[in-house]
Design a protein around this ligand. Structure first.
Ligand SMILES: Cc1cc2nc3c(=O)[nH]c(=O)nc-3n(C[C@H](O)[C@H](O)[C@H](O)COP(=O)(O)O)c2cc1C
Length: 342
């Protein structure tokens, strides 16, 4: 999600703004409109609830993803290491931030490389899809995957963010056919991911036809990149333009259902404004396989490894209790648990 120059200061800005400013979307994820039907008699034993699943051939202890965030600076390297150690300790999945910096400056690769501390985790590489219109192709995609020994590649879509940056990469025309060739040639699955505004039905049809294996909806309701850009703006006009988009995007709960109904064969990762294990459980009941969070894990990682592990363990416990009280003994039962719309 970054421009390459000046890479360090941009990454540092992103982390600082996300930690210090209110960058939450003006709309909600929509998950608060749903609730589980309570089961007084679940006919289950709490300690036998099974949160595990296999995703892209890796076993996860819980349907939790640490969403793509950072890399490219020493501070980012420390955050990535903490997140990866926590993911390894708890058996959850993790995505790295956009690796464009390390493709352009290979000496930065080490700030993304976490396999030494997380040899077993499900790990996602990350590049901006729009770079396929700026000279990137299969070689750069392969390099991103090999650089971190990833299990899949995320191509992120951040059209609105690019449009709000003075020198954003805004040439999005003709991307789908390039994505299709990457999906055909890359030896690992391709995941299409937004960054906080979700996907519409048309997007999902296009991406499904292009051959992506999964969609991370990254819907609206959580971190808003127009708000982040507002805080980075260099003049009043840029800030005003960014501020207009605080309520923009497809709420996460809607985005999950759009993918579920439009392309039922695609795996769904839910993210964008999820803030608890209960939110993750709701997303699974709406059709997702995994729930991702960025901001909550960033805030935990800058504190300590222990805080990050405790955050994940608490979420796991929330999911377990929620499954127990709604009568779902495992994740496929949870996926088939109807939610009540309030
Ligand atoms: C500091 C920070 C950096 C991010 N960088 C990336 C990135 O490089 N690539 C990407 O696909 N998403 C990136 N994101 C977006 C997140 O992966 C996620 O989609 C978004 O923040 C919404 O989730 P949240 O509401 O849980 O924060 C970043 C998020 C944060 C907070």
């Amino acid at each position: 999600m970054e421009k390459v120059t000046p890479i360090g200061s941009r990454k540092t800005d992103h982390i600082r703004i996300n930690l210090e400013e209110n960058v939450r979307s003006g709309i909600t994820s929509g998950l608060e409109k749903y609730r589980f039907s309570h089961r007084a008699l679940p006919e289950l034993n709490l300690d036998e609830i099974d949160l595990s699943q296999v995703f892209f051939e890796k076993k996860l202890s819980a349907p939790i993803l640490i969403s793509s965030m950072t890399g490219g600076t020493q501070e980012a390297a420390r955050i990535n290491r903490t997140l990866a150690e926590a993911a390894e300790a708890t058996g959850v999945a993790m995505g790295l931030g956009s690796q464009r910096a390390a493709i352009e400056q290979p000496e930065l690769a080490s700030t993304f490389q976490v396999r030494k501390v997380a040899p077993r985790i499900l790990l996602f590489a990350n590049l901006g899809a729009v770079q396929l219109n700026y000279g990137y192709g299969i070689d750069q995609c392969r390099r991103a995957v090999e650089m971190i020994e990833a299990d899949a590649l995320i191509l992120h879509f951040n059209a609105l963010q690019e449009a709000l940056q003075p020198e954003g990469d805004t040439r999005f025309a003709g991307l789908l056919s390039k994505i299709e060739s990457i999906c055909q040639a890359l030896p690992v699955p391709v995941i299409a991911k937004e960054v906080g505004w979700g996907f519409s039905e048309k997007d999902v049809i296009g991406l499904s036809q292009a051959g992506v294996t999964a969609i991370d909806v990254a819907g609206a309701g959580g971190t808003s990149w127009s708000q982040v850009e507002m805080h980075r703006a260099q003049n009043k006009a840029q800030a005003l333009l960014a501020a207009e988009f605080v309520d923009w995007g497809v709420p996460t709960a809607d985005a999950i259902q759009i993918v579920h109904h439009t392309a039922p064969h695609l795996k769904i990762i839910a993210s964008g404004g999820l803030r608890s294990g209960l939110d993750i459980a709701k997303c699974i009941a709406l059709g997702a396989s995994l729930g991702g969070m960025a901001s909550p894990f960033l805030k935990a990682a800058v504190q300590s490894l222990e805080t990050t592990v405790a955050t994940i363990e608490f979420m796991r416990q929330e999911i377990r209790v929620c499954m127990f009280a709604s009568g779902a003994g495992n994740l496929s039962a949870l996926q088939n648990t109807p939610l009540i719309r309030t």
